[in-house]
Design a protein around this ligand. Sequence first.
Ligand code: SF4
Ligand code: SF4
Length: 306
Amino acid sequence: MNGIVFDIRRFSIHDGDGIRSSVYLKGCPLRCQWCQNPEGQDGRPTLWHFPSKCIECGDCVAACPRGALSSRDKAAAPKGPKPDAGGFIRIDRARCDECGACVEACPTASLGFVGRPMSVEEVLDEVLADAVFYDVSGGGLTLSGGDPVAQPDFSLALLRAAKAKGLTTAIESCLYLSTAKLLEFLPVTDLFLADLKAVDPVLHNKGTGFDNALILRNLWELADAGARMKVRLPLIPGHTATRENVEAVAAFVRSLRGDIELELLNFNPLARDKYRIAGLTYALDGVSTRFSEEEMRRFRSWAGLS
Ligand code: SF4
Ligand code: SF4
């Protein structure tokens, strides 16, 4: 069985117990306005521009049969450092049919497709290269993305194979999939890292494009089934980072089961450059700073964590 994988990061220490390898799978059922990995949202391999390799030759623009690429006007550009981390090429995704002609034409591999088909065995071979670190640290495999529930059968097969090799397993997920399918993850998942953005359905819909009734029900189902879980709330300025939302999420998590930890994730503005380079709209373009330590302390106190 093949899945579409867009990254495998080794030596991760924030996505579960011990030292882990995090496998990033393409596709996500939600469309969060603040997504940190927009290249992972679409389930298919996606054309992407890597500006650090670009020599600004323009060959890709000339090669595109659909007029989907344009380049920054070098003559009009200000002197000094490149204005947007070297984003010389713009991709008009409405025109692009992902034919690959620009990738062929690029002499420096500055354009490429993010995401490639990999079998369960291929992924596991890469992950098992660090087996010695998992043994000494209690680590293992974490599936992330995108969201592993967007490729549920591949994720299940991979988790099953990892368990058979003695690895601990975790998934990072919004839990937006049918409850029956989610419960298939129980026997092969040691830890669920569940993203919960909001309890209020209107707020959730505004930030992610989707209702949260299924997510809340799935959190209840996992808690009732005794799953080991940690709930993560991303603090997004103007969206989830309000006293009302923090208190509501914390109360919901406490109501699930007494032993479920809530983690507050500080806002990370660095995703902005990814959107700009890829020609995608970033809804939080004007927000450029993380929350201060003092602000994080206030959020934690609202959540009853300090
Ligand atoms: S993949 Fe094809 S259509 Fe898309 S930008 Fe490249 S050449 Fe143009
Ligand atoms: S992406 Fe490649 S082909 Fe296009 S301008 Fe940069 S180096 Fe040239």
